[in-house]
Write a protein that binds this ligand. Structure first.
Ligand SMILES: Nc1ncnc2c1ncn2[C@@H]1O[C@H](COP(=O)(O)OP(=O)(O)OP(=O)(O)O)[C@@H](O)[C@H]1O
Ligand SMILES: [Mg+2]
Length: 256
């Protein structure tokens, strides 16, 4: 199962939420977090990997293999983008990026894909149009509590609909009770409060989801809901397939 986190708007909390959800889920299932923002990625800072040269950018430039760029943070596997200005030398090779994700798809129960906000040509988001291969099975839209935030969230949902990407729902982040969003956005799956201590994660280089504050509590609840729906279901079907295959193998052995 590949779940993407997206909004056409920058700074809404995509990296914060996707990175922390990935960390939370990693104790329940084999999980990979990929920071796909190759020009402005900050996922590395969340996990303290900002100094490593083993990045998605190096892989895209053809210098490294897939296994070289997978880092471990506790039980979570992490692929990060280059935070340095060298990242601008990277060619956004959509084919190579999609191949990477499809190859890793079989190795993980869940892949969390942190997408960049832009909608430039060549963006991973449009792989379904250009390559006929969807980068994600499902998308979660991260919107922020502000007038521009709600407008861009509505636009994002329209865009996803237009390119036929399934949307699980909207996470309303940085809630400060600015917009009466309930009447405007129908499919809100979580509301996360504005919480200044969220910034600590960049200083400490570790996810905040286990901290004791309202933001982390609400985020854990969301991760729990996602685990319940997507991991259990996915694992159940994987197990069903395995049982069926074993049964088939036993039957063919009996015939022999
Ligand atoms: N609920 C919150 N309360 C307070 N600050 C938050 C909250 N969520 C995110 N932030 C802060 O907002 C900023 C942007 O967050 P983040 O980098 O996760 O957004 P993003 O959508 O990934 O940005 P980009 O579009 O640049 O990739 C960060 O400084 C982060 O700490
Ligand atoms: Mg980000």
């Amino acid at each position: 199962m590949r779940i993407g986190f997206y909004n056409i708007q920058g700074g809404t909390g995509k990296t914060t939420i996707s990175g922390n959800i990935a960390y939370y889920l990693s104790s329940k299932a084999k999980t990979l977090y990929i920071d796909c923002d190759i020009y402005a990625g900050t996922g590395s800072l969340l996990f303290g990997f900002e100094d490593t040269p083993y990045t998605l950018n190096s892989y895209l430039s053809g210098n490294l293999d897939i296994n070289d760029i997978i880092h471990n943070y506790d039980e979570l596997d992490v692929i990060i983008s280059d935070t340095s200005p060298n990242s601008f030398n990277t060619d956004l090779n959509q084919r190579r990026m999609v191949d990477l994700i499809y190859e890793l798809n079989n190795k993980y129960d869940i892949i969390i894909i942190d997408l960049p906000p832009n909608i430039v040509e060549g963006s991973l988001l449009f792989s379904s149009l250009n390559l006929d291969e969807k980068i994600v099975n499902k998308m979660i839209v991260i919107g922020e509590d502000s007038i521009p935030g709600v407008i861009n969230t509505i636009k994002t949902k329209e865009l996803l609909y237009a390119i036929d990407i399934d949307c699980i729902g909207v996470v309303l982040n940085k809630n400060r009770n600015i917009v009466e969003f309930e009447g405007i956005l129908e499919d809100i799956i979580a509301v996360l409060p504005y919480e200044i201590t969220v910034e600590d994660q960049w200083i400490k280089g570790e996810p905040v989801v286990l901290a004791r504050n309202k933001f982390s509590k609400e985020l854990s609840n969301l991760a729990e809901d996602l685990a319940e729906i997507y991991i259990k279901k996915d694992l159940a079907s994987t197990r069903a397939l395995k049982v069926a295959k074993d049964l088939k193998d036993t039957k063919s052995n009996i015939k022999k």
